[in-house]
Design a protein. Structure first.
Length: 363
């Protein structure tokens, strides 16, 4: 859903009624010396009101100012370049109880779950008031819409960027930026954003604590995986801590298995890989890792068992070459040749297959 198009559509549903400026000023109580920016004056009102009262001449002739307040705030919130906006803000200054009215309207639209209308009213209200509490509500309603329609994300990000670039003294933009980045899978960026939220005085509510923990845990998890190659011991430290909190996650045990293999602690690697299998038996990479670790400790028949299970599921030539090498290590040339033929059928141009072919058939 294109929400920018939807906002334009909402704007198109406003009816702009031409007003007699002098008579209108008198009715509202605007002093005669106050001048409007525009020569003409058109006030917006929802077409819903007009259509629902089309047969009631009295209601049409005596439109409540309440409906014009809603129309003006929606117009300001929908189109910041609308030529009447300055005049609308001037009018709103002179209408008694403008702020009470707009707050009531926003609450009503939220209660009715008309979130886009609530969002536009809030945008108009912020443009009019520059009240930071209103901006917080804009972000909250924007996040609510995004949760229902992910396509609203770009508009929410524009509001977040506005707050940050204009250095508004509120922490909430960083919280909602963290949520957006978390949803996009950018957990490092989300961690930076959530830390900025706290650094700017953001409150630690139970909901924020859950978001913060999720971001930190997944960021640490990604960091642990990145560390596998260069610092497997550090990776193990992080993964063991995460394992205490997510003890049913099979991937934590899988990566622990890889880390311990890199440290040549094959028995511990096998232990954690089997813990992974207990939680989920169908992860191909875990089965292959078990085969590799059993091969590393010289238990080639056990390794073959796991490699064959993985090969049956994947028909992967690399796994097939592992089976061949295990058979060669236990001097089972017949089965090594049998699986070499299978590997050659799968990919005769594979470099390892060529090397094994030369090794086995050199005589």
């Amino acid at each position: 859903m294109d929400y920018k198009a939807k906002i334009k559509e909402r704007m198109s549903k406003l009816l702009f009624l031409e007003m007699n400026k002098d008579g209108f000023k008198e009715n509202i109580g605007i002093p005669s010396y106050v001048t409007f920016k525009n020569k003409d004056l058109y006030l917006p009102i929802s077409s819903e009101y007009i259509s629902s009262n089309i047969n009631d001449e009295i209601k049409i002739k005596n439109l409540p100012i309440y409906y014009f307040i809603e129309g003006m705030f929606i117009a300001i919130g929908s189109d910041e370049k609308l030529r009447f906006n300055d005049d609308y803000e001037l009018i709103l200054d002179y209408i008694k109880d403008t702020e009470t009215c707009i707050k009531s309207l926003i609450s009503k639209r939220i209660e009715e779950k008309r979130y886009l209308d609530a969002y536009l009213l809030l945008k108009g209200y912020y443009t009019y008031s520059k009240d930071l509490e209103v901006m917080k509500k804009i972000l909250l309603v924007g996040e609510t819409i995004k949760e229902e329609e992910s396509s609203f994300k770009d508009i929410l990000l524009e509001d977040i960027d506005y707050c940050i670039s204009n250095k508004l003294k509120i922490a909430e933009p960083y919280l909602y930026k963290a949520i957006v980045l978390k949803d996009e899978g950018d957990f490092k960026g989300a961690k930076v954003a959530i830390n900025e939220y706290f650094n700017n005085g953001g409150k630690v509510t139970p909901e924020v604590e859950i978001i913060n923990n999720d971001i930190n845990n997944i960021s640490d998890y990604e960091n642990a995986i990145e560390l596998l190659a260069e610092d497997p011991a550090k990776s193990i430290e992080i993964l063991l801590r995460l394992g205490e909190e997510f003890e049913e996650n099979p991937l934590i045990y899988y990566y622990l298995g890889i880390a311990f293999r890199k440290l040549e602690n094959y028995h511990k690697a096998i232990y954690y890989l089997k813990e992974s299998v207990k939680r989920e038996s169908g992860i191909l990479e875990v089965i292959v890792e078990l085969g590799l670790n059993y091969a590393c400790i010289g238990e080639f028949e056990e390794a073959i068992k796991y490699f064959k299970k993985a090969f049956e599921a994947s028909r992967d030539v690399e796994i097939c070459t592992n089976i061949i090498m295990c058979y060669l290590n236990i001097n089972d040339l017949e089965n090594a040749k049998l699986h070499l033929d299978i590997a050659k059928n799968l990919n005769p141009e594979d470099e390892i297959v060529k090397q094994l072919d030369t090794m086995i058939n050199k005589g």
